[in-house]
Design a protein around this ligand. Structure first.
Ligand code: FAD
Length: 372
């Protein structure tokens, strides 16, 4: 029997879920608040791990397309001291495909493929029912019932309250993001500093990270410990005022490193919030969560990977299992909670070490992940 299934959100979790169902000929309604795929900038680059994001793409039949698009050389990572000294310069071996990078926009387009997303569907509430499933309410007043609603609607999920009263809390670490275009032609010095992948500079309670995307685009992240209201006297839309504040925060760092902050034409404020480590809930018939909606964690290379593998696994078990939806969801949730709980612990500890009063901690963490 074909169940009526909806997924809220067309991020990595929702699209992977829908794409794997689609591959098995199983219908699913993808409900997305954005009015169109390109309504907002898609964001930076993602590294997809062999056993997580790449496994999910394999289940979607998209691994070869990913391999053609992704950038294995983007795994390169350079660590600098605040005086500009290169402390580590790690490059992947020629056939290393463990964690290649892909632009988020390229990944979205790859997953979208033939999917018929319902754009502009702003979900305001999901009301779990009984054996009839769950009701989805939209901002325009409409509503629709489904046998299963999967909340893949990210950090501030509107689906989550149907199963859990927990909300994200601030980690104490903020990111301010800026971008550089055509870095090789316009900023060759920075292009050399960043190399093929990423460069990170760690100081006391702050860090600067730059990541190369495709086409010479670079994302720069200023990361620092601060209260959530650190910007009260600052107009975040005033690019020069934000730049001046950041240059003040990183005062004394080597001039070539500070160049990373001098050329961006816009700054995006991203205070880092997380859900409690090992967030779980009591099973609610007809509703589940996946991805950031279920286990928002610090952005240390796991969130999209988990979101995708969860989407692929639940879709596969619905499409190929014996047809008991509730049992498929129960098994899925138990697996998700174990794996995501482990990663939530790793990334929470990682954030403490990467933006730390003791910058040597960041280097020690790097050496654990990339032993020479
Ligand atoms: C700076 C940064 C760098 C990162 N780098 C990496 C990395 O390298 N590797 C990695 O694995 N992870 C990384 N992450 C984490 C990763 O981005 C997230 O974990 C991932 O995007 C989660 O996917 P998702 O599908 O669960 O949610 P999202 O990507 O947040 O997608 C949610 C979707 O739901 C839609 N939506 C929201 N509310 C509603 C609503 N009410 N109605 C309908 N639709 C709605 C949104 O518009 C969106 O399309 C990074 C995060 C940040 C901030």
């Amino acid at each position: 029997m074909r169940h009526r299934i909806a997924v809220v959100g067309s991020g990595p979790a929702g699209l992977t879920f829908a794409r794997v169902l689609h591959r098995h000929g199983y219908p699913v309604a993808v409900l997305e608040r954005d009015p169109a795929p390109d309504a907002r900038p898609p964001g930076g680059t993602l590294d997809l791990h062999e056993g997580l994001g790449q496994l999910a793409l394999d289940k979607a039949g998209l691994l070869a397309d990913f391999q053609a698009l992704s950038r294995p050389e983007g795994q390169a990572m350079r660590i600098l001291d605040t005086d500009g000294t290169v402390l580590r310069d790690w490059r992947p071996r020629p056939h290393d495909r463990a964690n290649p990078e892909i632009d988020r926009g390229q990944l979205r387009d790859l997953l979208l493929g033939p999917l018929d997303v319902r754009w502009g569907r702003d979900v305001t509430q999901v009301v779990p029912g009984t054996r009839e499933g769950a009701l989805v309410r939209f901002a325009d007043g409409r509503q629709e019932a489904f046998d299963l609603v999967v909340g893949a609607d990210g950090a501030w999920s509107r689906t989550r309250p149907a199963v859990s009263s927990v909300t994200p809390h601030y980690t104490g670490v903020t990111l301010v993001e800026t971008s550089l275009d055509d870095v090789d032609a316009c900023h060759p010095g920075l292009a050399r500093l960043i190399g093929d992948g990423s460069v990170a500079v760690h100081g006391v309670n702050r860090a600067l990270v730059a990541q190369r995307n495709s086409g010479g685009h670079v994302k720069v992240y200023a990361q620092f410990r601060a209260p959530l209201d650190w910007h009260t006297s600052l107009d975040l839309a005033d690019v020069e005022a934000v730049r001046a504040r950041l240059l003040g925060l990183f005062d004394g760092w080597a001039a070539p490193v500070l160049e990373l902050l001098r050329h961006g034409t816009a700054f995006v404020h991203r205070p880092l919030h997380v859900l409690p480590v090992r967030h779980t809930w009591t099973r609610v018939f007809g509703v589940t969560l996946m991805g950031d909606a279920a286990h928002l964690m610090p952005p240390l290379g796991a969130g999209a990977n988990l979101a995708m593998v969860e989407g692929a696994e639940l879709a596969e078990s619905i499409a190929t299992g014996p047809g008991d939806l509730d049992e498929a969801v129960r098994t899925f949730e138990e697996q998700m909670w174990i794996r995501a709980g482990r990663w939530a612990e790793i990334t929470a500890a990682g954030l403490e070490r990467l933006v730390s009063p003791e910058p040597a901690e960041a280097l020690a963490l790097f050496d654990q992940v990339h032993p020479s």
